[in-house]
Design a protein around this ligand. Sequence first.
Ligand SMILES: Cc1cc2nc3c(=O)[nH]c(=O)nc-3n(C[C@H](O)[C@H](O)[C@H](O)COP(=O)(O)OP(=O)(O)OC[C@H]3O[C@@H](n4cnc5c(N)ncnc54)[C@H](O)[C@@H]3O)c2cc1C
Length: 485
Amino acid sequence: MPDIHTFVPRISSSLLQADAPSLLTFNSAHPNISIITPSSPDYSTVHQEYNCCNTTVPLAIIFPINVAQLVAAIKYCTSQSPPIAITVRGGGHDAYGRNALAGAVQLDLRLMKWTKISPPESESRYGNATVTVGPGTTAIEMQRALDAVGLAAPTGWLGTVGVIGWACGGGYGLEAGMWGLGVDNIVGAKLVTPEGVLVDTDGDADLLWAVRGAGLGNFGVICELRLKAYPNPRYLAGFLIFPLVEGERVFGGFQRMNDEEGIPRNFSAELTVNTTQLGPSVNFLFAWITEKDEEVAAGWAYLGKLKALGTVLLDTVAETSILKFHEFIHTEPDFNARGYTTMHSLALPRLSPDLIRMVMDRPPPANGTSAILFHHAHGRALQIDPTTAWAHRDEHYIWTLCGFAKPDATPQEQEVPEGWSDNMFRTAFEAHLGLEKAYWSLSRPEHCDAVRYFGLETVNRLRELKKKYNPGNVFPAALPVLEYM
Ligand SMILES: Cc1cc2nc3c(=O)[nH]c(=O)nc-3n(C[C@H](O)[C@H](O)[C@H](O)COP(=O)(O)OP(=O)(O)OC[C@H]3O[C@@H](n4cnc5c(N)ncnc54)[C@H](O)[C@@H]3O)c2cc1C
């Protein structure tokens, strides 16, 4: 089976003529730049993304391998009359397919993978280490490169997610309490504008502000992102699993602990509810992160407090490293063996009794992979930072209902997780259990409203910047959508 990393697709002129004649001149001028079109025999395997139900068929997919090729592709598309619309694909995890559009060229950046590290001893003006990634670099690839030199950086849970898509869109994860969200860790970026001009946020503080929360395609294609990196901390991590029938005690007790003493910034507070061999369960993805040896004991003590919340079905918490724990999550076999069906997401202010009751009454379908995920924003993630466009700094949970079916599921089998996710979301939404601000990286497009999320003043500032860098809106699948009113 062709793999995009080892197989570079070539296209015949006759196929290009039939599928995308507007790219014939580009192909003759740049024969080394790979293109694939929907009729190419390898299209379906090369085009794979996380949600196999995303079936939008683009005009063609172009695979640049470096910035010069990316610039050439963008310049060509935008200089045509009429211009050819462009979408961008990084790690391919947008659940709603917002990396492709019918009739548009998709720039697939998976081959533009690199990781460069400036160690802390260097003259970094952030006084710390930084890591520079290419637009095809995934979370686990960045963690591996950093760990090899004794460093780490925050990422999301899953190793295959693109670093740029995750970080620029918000970036929740196990290290957010201590190190902040992805947006908080961005220190710079290079973008290719629609005219094919390379700009660096070092020359425009406003552009850096915008990239930190609203930069996915609005101002150009990000061809390099620079992030803070940290010396490998002491790290306790593992799964702490309770039966869902004790949900009221476990969730309620956890919310009480939070109300009474707050959640330590060292702790991740990320949760899942799913049905495994242990039955329907509540699962803390326990992670305790500290740069101080003396705070490790506090981590074990906090684990003890959590264990007292209910009957522990499984406790795998051990001292490990960020890379090892992420590798463990990454290699869970189910992650690669499911076909995605449906997803909904809502931001919650707290784990209210009504919410807990609803989760207990309607657990995810017991197919082993459907799940409710809770990303928690606390600690450093709540620090208001006027140098980021990011606008959600009150404590909250991102509550995501993931309904999955097996890749070979029949339409009837797909209806079960789909109906569960739809009904659960609607009930919570209508009961006003959620906040106005959706996390647009995980929320359905129809629930993402930039003005509700960022506020009109921020949206107007973003629109002004967009007029400067991308007046023609040549990346129509950009996130967030700034054109709604
Ligand atoms: C299984 C799964 C797990 C997830 N886990 C987390 C998590 O733990 N925490 C969290 O916060 N989020 C999580 N997410 C959400 C995820 O971070 C976002 O969907 C993210 O945008 C995915 O980035 P990608 O590059 O993999 O996806 P893509 O689909 O390739 O890209 C997503 C969007 O970003 C744009 N884009 C990507 N690269 C660029 C670029 N270089 N320049 C301009 N635009 C670009 C694309 O056009 C598209 O609109 C998860 C999603 C999934 C499906």
